[in-house]
Design a protein around this ligand. Structure first.
Ligand SMILES: Nc1nc2c(ncn2[C@@H]2O[C@H](COP(=O)(O)OP(=O)(O)O)[C@@H](O)[C@H]2O)c(=O)[nH]1
Ligand SMILES: [Mg+2]
Ligand SMILES: [Zn+2]
Length: 293
């Protein structure tokens, strides 16, 4: 009996992959998720709701998630958000700090141990002040692409998605509007991966909510007028697959920059400079998904 007690104190189970880790460890030895997530979930006495932000590299996941968390922390809409642990604030702080200095945040490294994870407790004042525990990691697009092409390359992604209550799938509307099929193919592949993971029996549609967010809407303002029509036209593979396999799916347009400037970075590369921020459509996909959590 005494030995079981000692074991419980010396080990901690990772919230994402359930691997047993040394209680002193900071990140999981298997999947690199912060073990603070498991500690905090333990204090809450129940597992949190995990929502994942997915999308190709460079679609704007980091910027979107940073702004979303910041808006929640500033009590936007009917939400109140409380970060669980100071590490949860790092992503939001980095994004806001960079945009205030008129730069975009650096690229998210593909190494899992360098991703930012945020754990927030969110109160929905519209819905009888219901509290939801949300875990949102900021993943690298390259890692997602590798996992989708060869499952188990990044085990953490499969495990995370298996545990997710819902997902925000970001698509680069600016690129799609130019007729480039890449955003459509990437979203199509990711949804196929999720369908394989979630749908036990093929006959039933996936019931977990998926919000498809058309990012960088400032490049193609028409996507704000009718995001569904935009998706039907510019993301037809994704649109059709959603209709066949996903029971709860909705399309949204979003953007964070009000106006962009372009400069030469000194090495003959043209880089965009966010002259001012004007977040639009950031909260809506989240509000929609929270209804189903
Ligand atoms: N025009 C415009 N560009 C954006 C917006 N959000 C992100 N970007 C651009 O997209 C790049 C990648 O954003 P990031 O959030 O790092 O993408 P991630 O790789 O998906 O995390 C940024 O460096 C910006 O150049 C937006 O709302 N509007
Ligand atoms: Mg990123
Ligand atoms: Zn783990």
């Amino acid at each position: 009996m005494a030995s079981t007690t000692v074991e419980l104190e010396e080990f901690i189970h990772c919230l994402i992959c359930e691997a047993e880790n040394d209680a002193q460890a900071v990140v999981c030895s298997d999947c690199f998720a912060p073990l603070a997530l498991a500690e905090q979930a333990d204090q809450q006495g129940h597992d949190p709701c995990i929502t994942t932000v997915l999308g190709d590299s460079n679609v704007g996941k980091t910027v979107y998630l940073g702004f979303l968390l910041d808006m929640l922390a500033k009590r936007a809409g009917d939400f109140e958000a409380i970060p669980k642990g100071a590490y949860s604030i790092n992503l939001q702080q980095s994004v806001i700090h960079h945009l205030a200095a008129r730069t975009f945040p650096p690229k998210t490294p593909a190494d899992v141990d360098q991703w930012h994870w945020a754990y927030y407790q969110i109160c929905d004042h519209r819905n009888k002040n219901r509290w939801i525990d949300l875990v949102m990691p900021d993943m690298a697009g390259e890692a997602l692409a590798a996992e989708v092409d060869a499952p188990n390359t990044y085990q953490v992604i499969g495990k995370l998605l298996a545990k997710s209550a819902g997902a925000l799938l970001l698509v680069d509307a600016g690129v799609a509007a130019l007729g480039n099929p890449q955003p459509d193919f990437f979203a199509f592949k990711l949804l196929t991966y999720m369908d394989q993971l979630y749908a036990g029996r093929r006959r039933r549609k996936v019931r977990r909510p998926v919000a498809i967010v058309l990012c960088k809407g400032d490049y193609c303002p028409q996507c704000f007028d009718d995001p569904r029509a935009f998706a039907r036209t510019n993301l037809s593979r994704t649109w059709n697959f959603c209709a066949s396999r996903f029971a709860k799916v909705e399309f949204f347009a979003a953007s964070v920059v009000g106006s962009l400037g372009f400069i030469n970075d000194g090495e003959d590369n043209v880089v965009s400079v966010p002259l001012h921020t004007a977040p639009r459509g950031i909260l809506e996909p989240f509000e929609w998904i929270v209804k189903y959590l």
